[in-house]
Design a protein around this ligand. Structure first.
Ligand code: PLP
Length: 379
């Protein structure tokens, strides 16, 4: 039997949890909806109990993120997009803006800065797989960027490129990055995230983190455009501090909140931020081994220091969109891997989530299935 034919034989061992989507991501190991606390459901989110659960969720996030006391953290509507748009619409316009884009989500923030807010930002771009020149940024500007570009698998290596004495504010869309990388919070004025990524929580709510300079901006600047109620962070001329203690602007899903609390408590039980990062690192290393062993697989990210450890994007030699569609459909049909096609706007390829809720043994088990799909389609 040739090696080729051998590899086209269907493997026997499947990933136990074949959930490799880059959002919503796999639920934490051991998760079951039956394990969620439900005493806050059916109660007002403004009751003593509702507020206590929201505050508990906020406290757990602060602890897990190792967020310094200088930064506020609140739960806001509309997932990561809601949180990031809220920051853009409430704080931009005070000074010039630079927007960085190297994949679809960063490009989305550029579009809104240009077409909706009409800010004429300086745009610094790079193609899928590369990072733009971070040294070219004028830090008298406010700077919009995505910490981990989920659709190209390219991330910023660290926060060293953000100067401590910047005049503008740094706005990090950090949804695929937090809980997987060390974040130097002193360099971050605004960060946003959502629960359905590294935590394996539910969508719906965003999380907004504000450093002291962002709060100062809110308190001293009023944008020229109108703000819908769900974006308003100021009340009667002062910051609405309630948002950062669990008094949400409008009604949250307490089920999503309880689900996030469960995920955060799981994260605590495995060693907090370090434990989460260790799991993500182990997954990325296991995937790296698979890639190194196969000459038909390669990374979309060119530079290993900017390669994502969460949303890992891979190129398959000779594959076009139709090949990737057939490849991923075959794996899905067998229940071996779900949702591993690259993002719709990215070059055709695979994207395999390596965040902390994925088990390393499942990444390892994926290797032979990728071989099977590749060689079956090629033959
Ligand atoms: C980097 C990045 N930004 C924004 C979003 C949009 O997030 P949401 O659907 O939570 O609003 C995503 C979703 O995958 C993302 O990966």
């Amino acid at each position: 039997m040739t090696e080729h034919a051998h590899r086209a034989i269907m493997p026997t061992r499947k990933p136990a949890r074949p959930f490799f989507s880059s959002g919503p991501c796999a639920k934490p190991p051991g998760y079951s909806p039956a394990k969620l606390a439900t005493h806050s459901l059916g109660r007002s989110h403004r009751s003593k109990l509702g507020k206590a659960r929201l505050a508990h969720c906020i406290d757990l996030m602060r602890e897990l993120l190792e967020l310094p006391a200088t930064h506020r953290l609140g739960i806001v509507p509309a997932s990561d997009t809601g949180a990031y748009e809220m920051a853009m619409w409430t704080m931009l316009g005070a000074r010039p803006v630079t927007a960085l884009a190297w994949e679809s989500f960063g490009e989305g923030w550029v579009t809104d800065a240009v077409k909706q807010l009409k800010l004429a930002p300086t745009v610094i771009r790079a193609d899928y797989g590369a990072l733009p020149d971070l040294a070219a940024i004028d830090w008298t500007h406010d700077v919009l960027f995505t910490w981990n570009g989920t659709t190209s698998g390219v991330r910023v290596p660290n926060a060293e490129w953000i100067p401590a004495d910047r005049q503008g504010l740094s706005f990090a869309d950090a949804t695929s990055a937090v809980f997987a990388y060390d974040i130097d919070w002193a360099k971050i004025d605004v960060a946003t995230l959502s629960w359905q990524k590294v935590l394996g929580g539910e969508g719906a709510h965003g999380v907004l983190i504000l450093g002291p300079r962002a709060v100062e901006r809110l308190e001293t600047y009023t944008p020229a455009w109108p703000l819908p109620k769900v974006f308003r962070l100021m009340a009667k001329g002062a910051l609405n501090e309630g948002i950062f203690t669990g008094e949400t602007i409008n009604t949250p899903s307490m089920l999503a909140v309880e689900d996030a609390i469960w995920a955060l408590e799981w994260a605590k039980s495995i060693g907090g931020l370090k434990g989460l990062m260790a799991r993500s690192d182990a997954n990325a290393a296991a995937l790296d081994k698979l890639v190194a062993e196969r000459d038909w697989l390669s990374y979309l990210a060119v530079d290993p220091t900017t390669r994502s450890k969460t949303s890992v994007c891979l190129s398959v030699v000779g594959a076009d969109a139709a090949f990737i569609k057939a490849f991923t459909a075959a794996l899905e049909k067998e229940g071996a891997a779900y949702d591993i096609a690259g993002y719709r706007d990215a070059p055709p390829g695979l994207r395999i989530w390596c965040g902390a809720t994925v088990d390393t043994a499942d990444i390892e088990a994926l290797g032979q299935w990728l071989d099977w799909a590749f060689h079956s389609l090629r033959s």
